[in-house]
Design a binder for this molecule. Structure first.
Ligand SMILES: Nc1nc2c(ncn2[C@@H]2O[C@H](COP(=O)(O)OP(=O)(O)OP(=O)(O)O)[C@@H](O)[C@H]2O)c(=O)[nH]1
Length: 305
């Protein structure tokens, strides 16, 4: 998306118990955005979870769950806490505005609406939200390959470790290293090496496409794949798939003493399930030890417990 388009084509959730207010806001915004609506606080949370809007226009005063309670519920949910909220209310005292901002709202619009003001405020909050999303995405991504970076991997490992421990589910890791990559760089040049890293990482990403899977660049030519909810057999299937995809890529490696094309070695490790206080780093060390075994026993293979 270009920077000039950042303010348009948002998914906006309008929450108001009065249908006529919903209709006015829908009319004001529908030319530029997709508009969803909810007539109560409970419904708003339900729609937000299912549709992941970019922005919520929230009525402060509603029967049952009011706007402040909706804000608190959004804030408590990891999947909803980054969605900005603009309060829309007939309350117009400075203390009402302060209360809304303290509840987590990013802006405040008074009823009766001025349609031009509503549009302008929505555009500006949408732009800020999308810039923040882009920054977050950049900070989590490896610049060369576009897969997750090591910091993002560490964060996800920690949260998935806790989740799998709570749910009594296994968690597997695959540590992956390109074979004889120094020789590849020496023979074909660093730029070709970069291209090779991009091709191999894209192929590996295709092999583990479940929403909870995460491929990350762990070091120079070393990658790590996080497979939550996957036991040793599942991890082995993924490893075989990766090996096959890399084989099919058939990137020539004339300088390799062990194969005609680029190959990879892998180390697999599983926590069955993770113990709450067990150190996730021990699992990484275990995968690394298996990778070392794969290298020692000829490369172009995986090793597991
Ligand atoms: N082109 C390119 N090369 C990189 C990058 N990051 C690391 N490397 C290179 O990757 C090579 C890794 O070499 P080694 O750790 O000796 O391992 P290897 O040659 O793959 O040998 P084995 O792992 O034992 O099979 C080094 O030559 C690094 O310069 C990168 O971003 N781009």
């Amino acid at each position: 998306m270009s920077w000039t388009n950042l303010a348009r084509n948002g998914r906006i959730l309008v929450v108001d118990d009065a249908m006529e207010n919903v209709q006015i806001l829908h009319q004001a915004l529908r030319d530029e955005h997709e508009v969803l609506f909810a007539l109560s606080g409970d419904k708003a949370i339900e729609v937000a979870l299912a549709q992941q809007p970019d922005l919520i226009l929230l009525d402060a005063v509603m029967p049952g769950m009011d706007g402040y309670a909706v804000c608190a519920a959004l804030d408590a949910s990891p999947r909803l806490q980054d969605i900005p909220v603009i309060f829309v209310t007939a309350l117009s005292q400075p203390e009402d505005e302060t209360r809304a901002l303290e509840a987590g709202a990013v802006d405040f619009i008074s009823k009766p609406f001025n349609v031009a003001v509503v549009r302008a405020r929505v555009r500006s909050q949408l732009t800020i939200k999308r810039q923040a999303d882009a920054m977050r995405e950049l900070s989590m991504t490896d610049g060369l390959t576009g897969v997750a970076n090591r910091r993002h991997f560490n964060d996800r490992l920690e949260s998935e470790w806790r989740r799998c421990a709570r749910a009594n589910l296994p968690l597997s890791l695959i540590m992956i290293d390109i074979d004889h990559f120094k020789l590849y760089n020496d023979h074909y040049g660093h730029q070709a090496g970069d291209l090779c890293l991009q091709q191999i990482s894209a192929a590996m990403k295709r092999c583990a496409a479940r929403p909870q899977d995460l491929l990350a660049r762990y070091g120079g030519e070393e990658f790590i794949l996080l497979l939550p909810q996957e036991g040793p057999e599942g991890a082995e299937v993924v490893a075989q798939r990766i090996q096959e995809e890399v084989r099919k890529l058939a990137v020539l490696h004339a300088a390799s003493p062990t194969a005609a094309t680029v190959t990879i070695s892998m180390g697999l490790a599983t926590a069955m399930p993770p113990l709450d206080r067990q150190d996730a780093n021990a699992l990484i060390r275990n995968a690394d030890a298996h990778l070392y075994q794969a290298k020692q026993t000829g490369r172009n293979r995986y090793h597991r417990d």
